[in-house]
Design a binder for this molecule. Structure first.
Ligand code: ZN
Length: 182
């Protein structure tokens, strides 16, 4: 045993691998290995089937939106969708989602007349009638959304009261909603 070790030691004498050469060898080995792979693949004919599979694989790796630009509209929708997601139904800003908007009434003279009639042609804030005021009442959008023409989002106001609703909008919205619920 002792002899054998000495023998080996003799054989390798003067042939000690430096750290550098070890690194080179390891690199060389790796290279050969890689080349081996290349060679192994080389000459293997790609059938239509494999070509199709490979292209499918590549396609799958690509970003689906690559090359497709988001339009402003799409971006808006996405941001709205996000808002809905994060705010949830418990949020005060939640109104059931745009696509479920139950109000499709057009804000026109007929609708205004309907609201004024419902409110007995009386300002719902100071209770003066159109007769007293001498002009038709304004129809105020409680949530300030001109597209939300639901009957419970509209209220008849005189010019004076209506002009006041331009200040402290959030307070007025809450105020009118509470008023309706009484
Ligand atoms: Zn009024």
């Amino acid at each position: 045993m002792e002899k054998a070790r000495i023998k080996i030691g003799k054989i390798h004498k003067g042939q000690h691998y430096t750290e550098e050469s070890k690194g080179k060898i390891s690199k060389a080995n790796k290279k050969t290995f890689r080349e081996g792979r290349v060679i192994w693949n080389k000459g293997v004919p790609r059938t239509e089937e494999t070509k199709r599979k490979m292209s499918k694989k590549l396609k799958g790796r690509k970003c689906p939106m690559k090359g497709k630009h988001h339009t402003e509209e799409a971006k808006k929708k996405m941001s709205e969708a996000k808002k809905g997601k994060y705010m949830g139904q418990g949020s005060s800003n939640w109104r059931g989602g745009i696509s479920f908007e139950p109000y499709s009434l057009e804000f026109n003279e007929a609708l205004k007349k309907q609201i004024r009639k419902r409110d007995d042609y009386t300002c719902q804030e100071c209770h003066q009638t159109e007769k007293e005021l001498g002009y038709p009442l304004a129809c105020h959008h409680i949530d300030y959304d001109k597209k939300n023409n639901g009957l419970n989002n509209l209220i008849s106001l005189c010019r004076s009261c209506h002009s006041q609703t331009n200040f402290g909008r959030n307070d007025w919205t809450k105020y009118f909603i509470n008023k309706q619920n009484v």
